[in-house]
Design a protein around this ligand. Structure first.
Ligand code: HPA
Length: 245
């Protein structure tokens, strides 16, 4: 059976309500992962799905303080065929409307100061990974095919701009990101994607647009206005997608 590891993000509790994040995660050479890896019960999801919650059991770890190295290291022990990373994001491009799913094919990294490599000269040998295509193409195509079969509201390509957070961006920052070619903005795909590549793990992002990015909201509305509702609609689509894998 295909083994899928899901890195759950903000709002993913809606999908995995029954998971209990009890027990202490096992220490890795890079420190402690955000949570234990939790197996999803079989009847709801036909694939063998295990979940790690990026922001911790209670969602309190901010994006810049996540121990991405420990998280990916602990997922590697489980030897997944594919890692599906769930990310709630803001929509920059007009087409990136709330509740739309994105399977980005590119990213731009605007983060700084994060532990971003295993090639630190101590525990792992230096390697310059090929990151031309940051996401696993076969895995992406698989998700795209399932999403199309299910008639989900999704975009098969897009560029994900990864910001440092935890604050949201200024309107000028989003303008710059749009000029750079970004379609969506979030805070957690890096260094996650690069670390997965260093470990040779197939990694794809399923991004859920939950708000229009800064300076892109309709006049008179605010960024946080419909986040809850968009998250619920988006996660309902992700649930369908995971159950179809
Ligand atoms: N910006 C950055 N990260 C996000 C956003 C946003 O607008 N929405 C959800 N995650």
């Amino acid at each position: 059976m295909t083994k899928i590891a899901v890195i759950a993000g903000t709002g993913s509790g809606l999908l995995f309500e029954t998971l209990q994040w009890t027990g202490s995660p096992e220490e890795t050479p890079f420190g402690c992962p955000s949570t234990t890896i939790n197996r999803v019960e079989q009847d709801a999801y036909p694939a063998d799905i295990s979940v790690l919650a990026r922001h911790g059991p209670d969602g309190s770890i901010p994006p810049h303080q996540i121990n991405y190295r420990a998280n990916l290291w602990s997922l590697m022990q489980f030897q997944p065929d594919l890692i599906v990373a769930l990310n709630t994001v803001g929509g920059i491009h007009e087409a990136a409307a709330p509740a739309t799913l994105y399977f980005p094919d590119q990213l731009i990294d605007y983060t700084w100061g994060r532990e971003q490599t295993y090639s630190d000269g101590k525990l792992a040998p230096l390697q310059h990974i090929d990151f031309t295509e940051p996401f696993d193409q076969t895995g992406r195509q698989h998700l795209i095919d399932r999403a199309a079969e299910l008639g989900l509201d999704f975009k098969p390509t897009g560029t994900y701009g990864v910001t440092q957070g935890p604050r949201l961006e200024t309107a000028a920052e989003i303008d710059r990101m749009e000029r750079d070619g970004c379609d969506i903005v979030g805070m957690t795909a890096m260094p996650e994607a690069a670390l997965a590549r260093e470990l040779g793990l197939a990694y794809v992002v399923c991004a859920i647009v939950v708000n229009r990015a800064a300076g892109r909201c309709p006049p008179g509305s605010v960024i946080h206005a419909d986040i809850q509702q968009s998250t619920e609609r988006g996660m309902a689509q992700v649930g369908q997608l995971l159950r179809s894998l």
